[in-house]
Design a protein around this ligand. Structure first.
Ligand SMILES: Cc1cc2nc3c(=O)[nH]c(=O)nc-3n(C[C@H](O)[C@H](O)[C@H](O)COP(=O)(O)OP(=O)(O)OC[C@H]3O[C@@H](n4cnc5c(N)ncnc54)[C@H](O)[C@@H]3O)c2cc1C
Length: 601
């Protein structure tokens, strides 16, 4: 029988978390623990496989004994076994040490399919499944949206990446992370929840997995957190009741909004005086895909401006134009690893890059934080047992000569500065956080590196299709978000058209995504996207904490809601109490001007 292992994490309910600015820590008192919402989807998918094809489904987690009660909920969903890796030796584990423990547990249990959520909402690295896959030697795809069996040992898998959707045939054993689009998890019946409480979770200690305890916990963790700081904006809401004299009141609200946009300072991150050491070779990895190539140029520009010897590393044969462009964006050298991969094999890419790292010994290697980039980076980190920072939004040299990687965590509640004690330092870098600047003349030496392919990955590309509705929420400077208050699918369409007319990107709450009014990739919030626009306009949105965690880094928030008691009026900068249709008709001209100044092209 098929053996499915689901890796899950118990996380704090991050919408309840607050930052203590004095102690510089998160306030955890009174915060409930929950199953990571993305992992619930992985459990659901495992159960669907079980129902269709027959399988044993085991849930595996790592954490302190207190998380057992939350883990027992997995029994209520219908899984067969629940294991908790719990031991002092596991304490303080980073992604590598966690992946090591979890993969040893998978080996102990036996597995054909390893599933997990696309990321945990507290750490947001998306690195665990790629690292586990590398340690187990399985095939890998992340962010999958569909899963079918075409034979006993072959899957047909669709995954979403930044450029659209791709379908692959994939051999078992496989490790897969699931996107939020793959399913809606079932809601367990009350009697199943009661029965689940009676069942026990099997505890597993570190010495049941290995005699070498130095591979676990803080001892086995190359990365550490150097500092954390608050990354959300403070807001003092000013509310306008436009139910009686909408034209006049909304024009006053617009004036207040314009003032807030002019005067409210942007969040600044602590800056460093240090410069990069020019004797250090630091790599920016170019992978296939528009976003991947663009991000690699952005990183090159940043590294070069910091003073390092920035080098462009092409993980496949590169065209003259690509090399030329990399040199223009600050590369001192271009290195080409001639990997021939007609499908998409993160294993081949990672193997080529790992071989190049061993031979060339760079000081740091940066990958684009995209679906493809994270697969390759996670595999490289696990193959070479290196620390990896996921989704960095800044890179800063320190006076001690390190490169600090700054990343958001806990739903954007905090920024954490991460350093790694292993060389090369590895990080994935979020697209769009640095400017791709032309810094050089376009000529730099090109070196072809050797690549010796080992075993191939059982993966075959079948087809691709473009994304149905493009909306670049991550980079958007102006977002208009529709909530359930828009009333219908037509209401959502009207708000989308309004957004387009004022040069804003459109977003949606989970409620209207669940209802099918808006596509899932527009969802903002805990289980959707965390965004950081200059202006965020919430239309018919109640302001639930699970939604608002996604907009904490929006500089200015304007809320339109007909209910004066709506929660959003306590977490916005400017609020308008009105029916949304009335409000938008009076806001159109003013917001169009703001949209024009935020997005001049
Ligand atoms: C684990 C978990 C994760 C979640 N993740 C997310 C997430 O990522 N993103 C997310 O958005 N939610 C998420 N949710 C759901 C979230 O808790 C809320 O249920 C959801 O955000 C509410 O959506 P809404 O504001 O559109 O709808 P509602 O809460 O129903 O609010 C509609 C609002 O519209 C107003 N309104 C009605 N008619 C009008 C009108 N004509 N004009 C103006 N205003 C009007 C109402 O006064 C009301 O305030 C999550 C929930 C859970 C449990």
């Amino acid at each position: 029988m098929l053996r499915v292992v689901v890796l899950v994490k118990v996380v704090p309910n991050i919408s309840q978390l607050r930052f203590d600015p004095v102690k510089k820590t998160l306030i955890r008192e009174g915060v409930k623990n929950v199953l990571n919402p993305h992992d619930e989807r992985a459990i659901e998918e495992a159960l669907r496989v079980k129902e269709k094809h027959g399988a044993t489904v085991s849930v595996v987690s790592m954490g302190p004994p207190q998380v057992e009660d939350v883990l027992k909920e997995a029994y209520a969903f219908g899984v067969d076994n629940v294991y908790l890796l719990t031991d002092r030796a596991f304490g303080g584990a980073d992604t590598l040490a966690t992946s090591t423990a979890l993969s040893l547990m998978c080996q102990k249990l036996g597995y054909d399919l390893v599933l997990g959520g696309k990321y945990s909402v507290d750490a947001e690295t998306s690195q665990l499944i790629p690292e586990v896959s590398q340690l187990l030697g399985t095939t890998l795809l992340t962010n999958i949206t569909k899963l079918d069996f075409i034979s006993e040992s072959t899957l047909l898998v669709e995954r979403e990446h930044e450029g659209g959707y791709e379908t692959f045939e994939l051999g078992l054993p496989a490790s897969l992370s699931v996107s939020e689009k793959i399913n809606r998890p079932r809601i367990p019946k009350p009697q199943d929840r009661e029965l689940a409480k009676q069942r026990s979770v099997v505890r597993v200690g570190a010495n049941e997995l290995s005699t070498d305890l130095s591979i676990f916990g803080s001892a086995g963790s190359p990365t550490s957190v150097k500092a954390v700081y608050d990354s959300s904006y403070a807001r003092k809401p000013i509310i306008f009741d436009a139910t009686t004299n909408p034209e006049k009141t909304i024009s006053e609200a617009l004036a207040t909004l314009e003032q807030a946009l002019k005067e409210k300072p942007a969040l600044t991150q602590p800056q460093t005086e240090a410069q990069g050491d020019p004797s250090k070779r630091v790599w920016s990895v170019f992978l296939r895909g528009e976003v991947e190539l663009q991000t690699a140029k952005e990183v090159l520009s940043r590294l070069s401006q910091l003073g390092y010897t920035a080098e462009a590393v092409f993980a496949e044969e590169a065209s003259d134009d690509q090399v030329h462009s990399a040199c223009k964006h600050g590369a001192k050298n271009s290195l080409v690893i001639p990997i021939r991969d007609s499908t998409w094999s993160s294993k081949a890419m990672a193997e080529g890059i790992a071989q190049a790292i061993r031979r060339e010994e760079p000081y740091a290697v940066f990958f684009p934080s995209t679906v493809r980039g994270r697969e390759v980076a996670g595999r490289v980190a696990a193959a070479l047992r290196l620390g990896l920072t996921g989704d960095a939004v800044d890179l800063k040299p320190t006076l001690q000569g390190e490169i600090v990687q700054v990343k958001p965590a806990f739903g954007g509640n905090i920024m954490a500065e991460i350093i790694s004690r292993t060389i090369p330092q590895l990080a994935t870098v979020r697209p769009g956080v640095f400017e791709a600047k032309e810094l050089g003349g376009g000529e730099c030496p090109t070196k072809w590196l050797e690549y010796n392919p080992n075993t191939s990955e059982a993966i075959r590309f079948i087809k691709s299709r473009p994304i149905e509705y493009t909306s670049d929420l991550y980079h958007a400077r102006f977002v208009v978000c529709a909530g359930y208050g828009v009333g219908s699918p037509e209401g959502f369409k009207a708000v989308s058209e309004f957004a387009r007319s004022v040069k804003a990107s459109v977003g949606a709450t989970r409620k209207i995504v669940d209802l099918g009014w808006a596509p899932p990739h527009l969802q903002i919030g805990l289980t959707g996207k965390s965004i950081n626009p200059e202006l965020y306009v919430a239309v018919g949105v109640s302001g639930a904490t699970n939604h608002m965690v996604g907009v904490r880094r929006a500089r200015v928030i304007l809320a339109v809601n007909k209910d004066p008691r709506a929660t959003i009026f306590s977490s916005c900068d400017v609020g308008i109490v009105a029916d949304y249709r009335v409000a938008l008709s009076h806001l159109r001209e003013g917001l169009r001007k703001i949209g024009q100044s935020l997005n001049p092209e």
